[in-house]
Design a protein. Structure first.
Lengths: 251, 1008
């Protein structure tokens, strides 16, 4: 029996706009969630200590307008304003989830080494549902997930690796048959190796372009009106439950 | 002390490829390749040593500007940098940047990012004053390509001249001195002259000179209005300052006070032969025809209609929802991206201004035809493809960055919109009940928050009241005013402001709130202080750059600003919150209680107006409206005499209509909008088995712990208006309702919004058309018992072609938006067929109504009326369909609109990936026996009809639910890839593969 709820910090800053959905998802997964502006964690008005939390969630949006490249400016704030607490958080093995802009932010902090996200191959922002397959990675977020249907909505989601990448591709875009070589539109952005999500070596940090927090209720599925028996919950909730279970058990 | 950084991508990006394709088309064989490099100009403190600046520029490039995986960079002082660049570069070069003073969000972000680096203590960074973002384009062109030709290319494809500037060099012709001068001019835009206030003599001025003052100042006031001003100042015994005159012009602009909709109208109606059939006086279109039905209907769930920035209705016990639709037509014609961008930004602020969280947006666009040949596009008019691309990009940028799902819309193409595109943007908001205060008190502070004020958007409100082209743009180019009306948005500034406002609302930190829209501070502060009086110190307004005159500060329409009334005892807490959210807040003055508008600049009075005169001194207009049905262009054909048509003919008709840009799939546009953000879009704009069918209406479920939702739909069809605006309006209302009903909404808690876009109302014929449309708005609101809660009009959508002297007005256009509260969204249905074997019902009667139809578009006008709405029959149909959906008896439902039964059935089939077979002999029909033909049954656009898919075991229950209305089972869903129609004489009149129909429907809107 769990005595205390797992505490999750969801980060926001100017332009983050998927924070409310992410808070809902963590709450549905049984966590106690605080939504905090970066100025509440760093700087003169800080009142929050990252060390007090077991999980960090970085939601999607357009932090600082994605000016200078998606996620770059908020990544720099993590590097330059929160360097020590952020590194400590990651190194202590506490789960970090970055979704969409959150993934772009994580990537640009260098947590995955030489890895970045480039503008989509189509040259366009794309909002659509696609499928992803678990590559069998050790990610603590992916336990029990084999193939999953999730929405993407981004303009800069094309994963590219440099020589010094420290990331494992843990989720690959695929077609409904599970083919991870599937081209556009299943691979909506032209990512190398169909990479839709990457993890660090220990599997505690995941960055992913698809939005699991947008599929935590059956009614969010694009085809729910076609299904006669409705699912009880959205499949995306599994990511959040996995992390909360892990944190409750291991930390 | 100017340094620069150039980013060198390791690969050519796709956007560059798109440009490269344009370049290849433009230059032909002389073009080889194109590269686009981001370029930043960094202005350091003059005291900085060259070594420190050099190092800082490189560090900024390495840690802030360049992506270490995908880009390298080079940097240096502009002088030597450009000399090297000029000597090394053999290609042609274009350096492009926003014009000085135009919002440069990228540059502002770079400065912020630099300051974060500096504050970290990890670097020793000198003081950086300003960053400007720019672009370098390298074009590999054959030697001898002239700079003139390159300049034309740049203005067509790389920049918009109004807000951006560029410098071009032919291959190998690069001059460093030119580049240096250009970059330095980026930093020399703020004038340090001391502000002045002029007095304008009006008291003894002749009528002709009064009109001249109005015209030359772009005041857009007519003689009677100028005379009212004259007589006020005679009584005050002084002349107005420029600040006061501008205040009056903004406050009295058509845009802000809707003079036409308030005017007394003498309306006359004639028949086709010119015989007078009706004469009446209308005591204000708005008051007597739009507002009157709302008040008459007395819906107790209306929270606010017409008085706030958005209309508000009750959602549940704890929440209310608001909706507002705005247009931004003139700016979008001149600068499509900026115009549409700030159009959406503006309507979002309207919803923020009722203390609501925006939860969904809608957009409806009207453009000229995409395939218009270049020689048919008047000078000064952008090509429709460029307007289309810019408008879509502008809405995408603002909506996505604000995190508001764009869930519903329409795009129409008609040559009447070539010079005057229409851009309607709507936003829906959600707020806890009773949390929007309207309670400013004397002594409360006047606080402006959000973006800084610049010279952008000056005269937007008055400019929108003047026709485009010719005079206004010519006047603009000499005074620079037409250029300054164009604005560029910065959505992240607005997002910060939104985050702040929702927190401030929940903590009760303000007593009143409004947004800065048209007219800027003059409108916002003027309206908030209308009852009390207000005193403002203009010198305190935070500026983007120095050198603005007091009147410019006061009327600037710089974006992303809101004005609040804050009680002095809450001010400290409010300011602390602003600091946390990184939002600039400035105390401008106070609400006084003296009934005067007092404007100070450095403590000197620069304007003082009685609020009573400002808000009630505008003389009411008396206008003439005249309606006569248009003469028939050709002798109409009769349906009964239409030659026999073969199945293949009908198949081609259907494919033509499906591929018509107005009907064809808008998927390419819909997918660039994030329609899923916030997680509440439970009925998406694209539906069906492959997520690519045309949904009828969007449904938002805004609360995670409740199944209550909001249905959002629209109706628009200007084609009918060319025949009769009255029936156009009725059809738009019917279409908005039936789209909502098709997904499961009911009429009991549904509200409407009306948005009129018309030509110059001073022309009696135009006002006649408009009046007829408004008359229908009243009649059908009452007939359907549906109130209007908000609306807007945009008039003077006309263009004067300088070459021909012709005036072109848009087709009178009415957009009706509907929104309805749905108790249980899990009962909703989509329009895609679900299962083979199910029955297909047609609910509602079909009449031979092909006037203005898409069939007629391809076959010429028929002698049949424009479709008319039979409200009594429609109500029975709407209620029956709602009952059936509510009882779970409906698997799919789609309304019949453009292209009638044939198009609706085809869309349902290909969206569901199934086939359909139906029989025209079963279609319920009403009309002359001779007109009951296969053509009229397939393609008539009679409103208030639905196709409904029902499981066989629910047959009896369904028929019971829709009883009272007209309905018939006309066919069934089949598993084959087949669309088969049996005609009146039992022969197969159409047989085609559903997949072929889908292919026709998926014809791209723009072939690039």
């Amino acid at each position: 029996m769990q005595q205390k709820k797992v505490r999750v910090l969801v980060l926001r800053a100017a332009g983050i706009n998927c924070d409310a959905e992410m808070v809902t998802a963590w709450e549905k997964a049984g966590a106690e969630v605080d939504l905090k502006h970066i100025n509440e964690i760093a700087g003169p008005q800080a009142n929050t200590n990252l060390d007090d939390y077991s999980i960090l969630g970085i939601p999607g949006g357009f932090s600082y307008g994605d000016n200078l490249g998606a996620g770059k400016l908020l990544a720099n704030e993590l590097i330059f304003r929160l360097k020590e607490p952020f590194s400590r958080f990651v190194e202590s093995g506490r789960p970090v989830l970055g979704v969409c802009n959150g993934f772009q932010i994580l990537a640009k902090t260098g947590v995955f080494g030489d890895m970045t996200l480039l503008p989509n191959e189509s040259g366009k922002f794309e909002c659509r549902w696609t499928s992803l397959q678990n590559t069998g990675s050790n990610s603590i977020f992916l336990r029990g997930i084999d193939q999953i249907y999730l929405p993407v909505a981004h303009g800069e989601g094309r994963v590219a690796f440099g020589d010094g990448a420290k990331a494992e591709v843990s989720l690959k875009y695929c077609d409904p048959d599970g083919n991870t070589q599937a081209a556009y539109p299943w691979n909506p952005n032209g990512s190398v190796s169909n990479a839709g999500g990457v993890s660090n070596a220990s599997g505690t940090v995941i960055g992913m372009m698809p939005h699991p927090e947008r599929f935590v209720s059956a009614w969010q599925h694009p085809n729910w009106t076609r299904q006669k028996t409705k699912e009880v919950e959205g499949a995306g909730l599994k990511f959040f439950k996995n992390a909360v279970d892990y944190a409750g058990r291991e930390l | 002390m100017l340094y620069c950084v150039e980013l060198l991508p390791q690969e050519t990006l796709t956007t560059a490829n798109r440009l490269a394709a344009e370049a290849a088309g433009y230059f032909g064989e002389s073009f080889t390749s194109l590269k686009h490099h981001a370029f930043y100009l960094l202005q350091f403190d003059p005291a900085t040593s060259p070594e420190a600046a050099e190092k800082a520029a490189a560090q900024a490039a390495q840690y802030l500007l360049a992506d270490p995986v995908a880009q390298t960079y080079r940097s240096g002082p502009v002088g030597s940098f450009f000399k090297t660049l000029a000597s090394e570069t053999t290609t042609a070069l274009v350096l492009a940047a926003n014009r000085p003073g135009v919002t440069d969000a990228e540059g502002e972000s770079a400065l912020q990012g630099y300051r974060v680096m500096a504050a970290s203590g990890k670097f020793e960074l000198p003081n950086l004053l300003l960053v400007r973002a720019a672009s370098l384009y390298y074009l590999d062109l054959a030697p001898g390509t002239t700079p003139e030709k390159l300049g034309r290319f740049s203005r067509l494809y790389l920049i918009n001249d109004l807000v951006q500037d560029c410098l071009v060099f032919g291959p190998g012709q690069i001059e460093a001195s030119g580049l240096i001068n250009f970059t330095e001019s980026q930093f020399n835009f703020s004038q340090s002259k001391s502000p002045t206030v002029k007095t304008v003599a009006v008291r003894e001025t002749s009528d002709a000179d009064l009109e001249k003052i109005s015209r030359e100042g772009l005041l857009a006031l007519n003689l009677a209005e100028m005379q009212a001003i004259q007589s006020y100042y005679r009584s005050e015994d002084r002349d107005p300052t420029d600040v006061e005159l501008e205040t009056l012009a903004q406050t009295w602009s058509e845009h802000c006070v809707h003079k036409t909709f308030k005017a007394k109208i003498a309306y006359t109606e004639y028949d086709r032969d010119g015989q007078l059939v009706k004469e009446s006086q209308i005591d204000g279109l708005f008051k007597s025809l739009i507002a009157a039905p709302t008040y008459e209907l007395k819906k107790d769930w209306i929270v606010s209609a017409f008085v706030d920035n958005a209309g508000i209705i009750s959602f549940d016990d704890d929440y209310e929802v608001s909706f507002k639709v705005e247009t931004h037509n003139h700016p979008s014609a001149l600068e499509p991206f900026g115009g549409a961008n700030t159009g959406l930004g503006g309507v979002i602020r309207d919803v923020m201004a009722v203390s609501a969280k925006p939860i969904a947006s809608t957009d409806v666009f009207c453009f000229g035809e995409m395939k218009t040949p270049a020689d048919k596009i008047p000078a000064d008019v952008l090509p429709p493809t460029r307007i289309f691309q810019g408008v879509v990009d502008g809405v995408r940028d603002y909506g996505n960055k604000m995190g508001i799902p764009t869930v519903n819309g329409a795009i129409l193409f008609d040559q009447g919109y070539l010079a005057n595109p229409l851009v309607f943007c709507g936003t829906v908001g959600l707020a806890p009940k009773g949390k929007h205060p309207r309670n400013q008190q004397p002594g409360d502070r006047v606080i402006v928050i959000g973006g800084r004020t610049g010279r952008d958007g000056i005269h937007g409100a008055t400019f929108s009241s003047i026709e485009l082209g010719g005079d206004s743009q010519a006047a603009g180019s000499t005074t620079g005013q037409a250029a300054s009306v164009v604005q560029i948005g910065n959505p992240i500034e607005e997002k910060k402001t939104l985050d702040l406002l929702l927190k401030a609302r929940d903590r009760g930190l303000y007593t009143a709130l409004t947004d800065c829209g048209a007219g800027g501070l003059s409108s916002a502060v003027g309206e908030m202080g209308a009852e009390l009086g207000v005193r403002v110190e203009l010198a305190r307004v935070p500026l983007k750059y120095a050198g603005l005159e007091p009147w410019e500060i006061w009327v600037s329409e710089a974006q992303e600003r809101m004005v609040l009334a804050v009680s002095p005892d809450k001010l400290a807490e409010f300011q602390e919150l602003c600091q946390l959210e990184d939002v600039e807040a400035t105390d401008l003055g106070e609400f006084t209680g003296d009934g005067w508008l007092t404007l100070l600049y450095n403590e000197e009075t620069v304007g003082r107006l009685r609020m009573e005169f400002l808000h009630h001194g505008l003389p009411r207009r008396h206008m003439e409206a005249r309606w006569q049905p248009p003469a028939l262009r050709t002798a109409p054909r009769q349906l009964s005499q239409e030659p026999a048509r073969l199945p293949q003919d009908y198949v081609n008709d259907l494919k033509n209509i499906l591929a018509d840009p107005n009907v064809a799939s808008k998927e390419a546009v819909i997918r660039v909008y994030d329609h899923e953000v916030q997680g509440g879009t439970i009925m998406k704009p694209l539906v069906g088995i492959m997520n690519d069918g045309p949904g009828d209406a969007a449904i938002i479920k805004p609360l995670t712990n409740s199944n209550r939702g909001l249905v959002i739909s629209n109706g628009i069809n200007p084609r009918y208006g060319l025949l009769d605006p009255y029936h156009m309006a009725a059809n738009a209302i019917d279409e908005a309702i039936r789209n909502a009903v098709a997904v499961g909404a009911n009429l009991d808690r549904m509200a409407l919004l009306d948005n009129f876009c018309w030509g110059n109302p001073a022309v009696p014929e135009r006002l006649g058309e408009l009046t007829r449309a408004v008359l229908a708005c009243r009649d059908y609101a009452l007939a359907f018992s549906l109130p209007y809660i908000s609306g807007k009009d945009s008039l003077n959508n006309e263009f004067k072609d300088m070459a021909t002297g012709n005036r072109v007005a848009i087709p009178g256009t009415l957009l009706i938006s509907a929104f309805a509260v749905m108790d249980d969204v899990t009962k909703a249905v989509s329009m895609d067929l679900k299962e083979a074997g199910n029955l297909v019902y047609l609910v509602g009667k079909t009449k031979p109504e092909l006037g203005g139809s898409y069939y007629a578009k391809y076959h010429g006008q028929f002698e049949s009326e424009v479709p008319q709405v039979d409200a009594a029959a429609a109500l029975k149909t709407f209620r029956g369909v709602h009952r059936a959906i509510q009882s779970g008896l409906v698997r799919s439902c789609h309304d019949l609109s453009e292209g009638g039964l044939a198009v609706a059935a085809a869309e349902m089939a290909f969206s569901g990936g199934l086939g359909v077979r139906f029989d025209l002999t079963h279609v319920p029909y009403s009309g002359p026996r001779n007109d009951r033909t296969n053509t009229s049954l397939l393609f008539s656009e009679t409103p208030s009809r639905f196709l409904v898919e029902v499981e066989p075991e629910n047959k009896a229950a369904f028929e019971k639910a829709v009883q009272g209305g007209t309905f018939a089972q006309i066919g069934q869903v089949i598993p084959e890839d087949e669309f088969t129609v049996t005609g009146l004489t039992t022969a197969t009149v159409m047989r085609v593969r559903v997949s072929d129909l889908k292919k026709a429907w998926q014809t791209p809107l723009v072939e690039l």
